[in-house]
Design a protein around this ligand. Structure first.
Ligand code: AGP
Length: 556
């Protein structure tokens, strides 16, 4: 999603910012721009990659602000890209401004008649009119990260979104992505919410602390996509998690009534948490506003109030999850409230990581938009929260699947795809369909196997592929029934199984190593990742950066 990268410094300023923007490209964007100043300001903007930005014509540049935009208000276009410039003052902004229409009316009445479609333009014009970022921020009620550059100074501020400053060469870097900033410097300053910071050559206020370097992805890996690289890392990551001691948060979360909240794949991981007996309730973060929290009370009369919540968020920046934290923190009904909020995140320094009792996902940075290793790491951590026995050979079993991935590559998957599963495999069916939609752009579906006969069977003919998630668990026999129904409608069956009867029915089999019922979800998750990956590859899709999506979804 949107990203900010600024440099208050004189050494190769434009190129430094352009390189910084390229490093945050993995978060996904549709347009970008940079404003630089040597006392006069020049701004360049373009669609797509920062490589498309023209070099500015001014020399002796002293500073600049840059941005990658992911469209929310207003279409993808160069005029809608940041920075927005009024009176030689440029502004870049992450977040959305709900009251921008009101600001727009006011600003227009003041003579700013060039305001286009975006909320940020209103904010930029207002800031320029007031001549003060701190004054204009008083009018913004939403979460934000912002940088504003006048002819000689830079001002930055944030509220419940990420923005960091680091000491770099002769000056300072400002970036919304900590892992990117750490590639330049470990002298980092954390900004306080709602405080406005001024950066200028005489500035003495900024205080920097040495920050621990996070683990970086090997850039010289032989795999041609981050997604495949990240899929292949899974045995090592799961081994690392299983070999670590349970933290005090793993232990304390798993005691008493609990609720798990997440979005997308993280929500599906949460659904599996219910089968691991670590949660009574699982809620999709984007639904929490409309969700009646009183349902907690009626669900189990002997446990009248849910007292603990676990937010699962790889990025730790998902806006729906942050909103959910705000909602549940304010919830207090009948004397009970959500008293302890835990999180499972890959970024302890993120907004969610810092505002909750955070468990480190320990998956290393994930660059592909499509979650793979972080999803299975989430499942492994949920296992660590539970008291179930763990299969110490699980990493080897994942490795067996990976070593045989050429079999999965060779399986033809049609363009009409349904994933089916039962019990704890149903969330993996959902995850498989999500992976498939995300990177192939095909309308893949997922159903609990028993639901086929209640409607979806009408779809099936020989043009469909049905992926059956069928470990030999308590649901296996029912999965066989569903597979028979599919076979009778001439759809092709891909079975992920170790069961002989299922293999007989299937057109294609992906051999599933045996493990506990619940840990089978980690194995089948790896298989559905590979199925989606190879289908997307055959279709020539941009696997790491699928259209319209962002790695970190920082708007509601
Ligand atoms: C998964 O492949 C997706 N990219 C997406 O559904 C993701 O899981 C979701 O946006 C939640 O992200 P988070 O874990 O960073 O909160």
């Amino acid at each position: 999603m949107c990203g900010i990268f600024c440099y208050y410094g004189k050494e190769n300023t434009f190129e430094t910012i352009r390189e910084g923007l390229k490093k945050i490209e993995y978060r996904c964007h549709d347009s970008c721009g940079i404003s630089v100043s040597n006392g006069n300001t020049e701004t360049v903007r373009s669609l797509n990659s920062p490589d498309n930005l023209k070099l500015p014509s001014i020399s002796s540049i002293q500073m600049g602000i840059g941005h990658t935009r992911w469209a929310t208000h207003g279409e993808v276009s160069i005029p809608n890209a940041h920075p927005h410039v009024y009176n030689h003052q440029s502004l870049v902004h992450n977040g959305t401004i709900a009251n921008h229409n009101k600001i727009k009316e006011e600003i227009k009445s003041l003579g700013f008649d060039t305001i286009g479609d975006t909320d940020t333009e209103c904010f930029a014009a207002l800031t320029s009119h007031l001549g003060s970022l701190s004054e204009s921020l008083k009018r913004i009620t939403d979460r934000y990260a912002v940088a504003w550059m006048t002819r000689s100074k830079m001002f930055i501020s944030k509220d419940r979104m990420s923005l960091y400053v680091g000491q770099y060469k002769d000056g300072f870097l400002v970036c919304s992505d900590l892992s990117v900033l750490l590639e330049y410097t470990n002298k980092i300053m954390e900004l306080k919410d709602k405080k406005c910071y001024k950066i200028c050559w005489t500035n003495k206020e900024l205080v920097f602390k040495t920050h621990k370097q996070s683990k970086q992805i090997e850039e010289n890996n032989t795999e041609d996509t981050f997604m495949m690289q990240e899929i292949l890392e899974q045995p090592e990551i799961i081994e690392g998690i299983y070999n670590k001691k349970r933290t005090r948060y793993h232990q304390s979360f798993s005691f008493g009534p609990t609720c798990i909240i997440g979005s997308g794949s993280s929500y599906y991981a949460g659904l599996i948490g219910k089968f691991m007996e670590v949660a009574n309730h699982v809620i999709c973060a984007s639904e929490i506003d409309s969700y009646d929290l009183n349902q907690y009370r009626t669900f189990d009369p002997y446990e009248p109030n849910v007292l603990k919540a676990l937010i699962i968020s790889q990025s730790g920046e998902t806006a729906d999850c942050i909103r959910a934290i705000e909602s549940i923190s304010n919830y207090n009904h009948g004397g009970g409230a959500v008293e302890e909020i835990y999180s499972l995140t890959n970024n302890l320094q993120s907004t969610i990581g810092k505002s909750t009792m955070a468990i480190d996902l320990l998956a290393g940075p994930e660059k592909s938009v499509c979650s793979t290793k972080t999803f299975t790491a989430q499942l492994a951590h949920l296992m660590m929260c539970s008291y179930m026995d763990k299969d110490k050979y699980l990493p080897e079993k994942i490795q067996i699947i990976l070593d045989n991935r050429n079999i999965i590559e060779g399986i033809p998957v049609s363009n009409n795809i349904i994933f089916i599963g039962k019990g704890s495999q149903y969330p993996i069916a959902l995850e498989g369909a999500l992976k498939m939609q995300e990177i192939t752009y095909l309308p893949a579906l997922a159903f609990p196997a028993g639901e086929l006969k209640h409607g979806p069977l009408a779809l099936l003919d020989e043009s469909w592929t049905v992926v059956c998630l069928a470990p030999e668990d308590d649901n296996y026999k029912k999965m066989l029934l569903a597979a028979h129904e599919v076979k009778a409608r001439h759809a092709k069956i891909i079975a992920i199984t170790s069961g002989e009867e299922m293999k007989q029915l299937a057109d294609y089999t992906i051999e599933l190593p045996k493990t506990s019922e619940i840990e089978s979800t980690i194995l089948t998750a790896v298989v559905v990742q590979l199925l989606a990956y190879y289908k997307a590859k055959k279709l020539g899709r941009n696997i790491d950066r699928p259209r319209n999506l962002a790695k970190s979804v920082t708007v509601e």
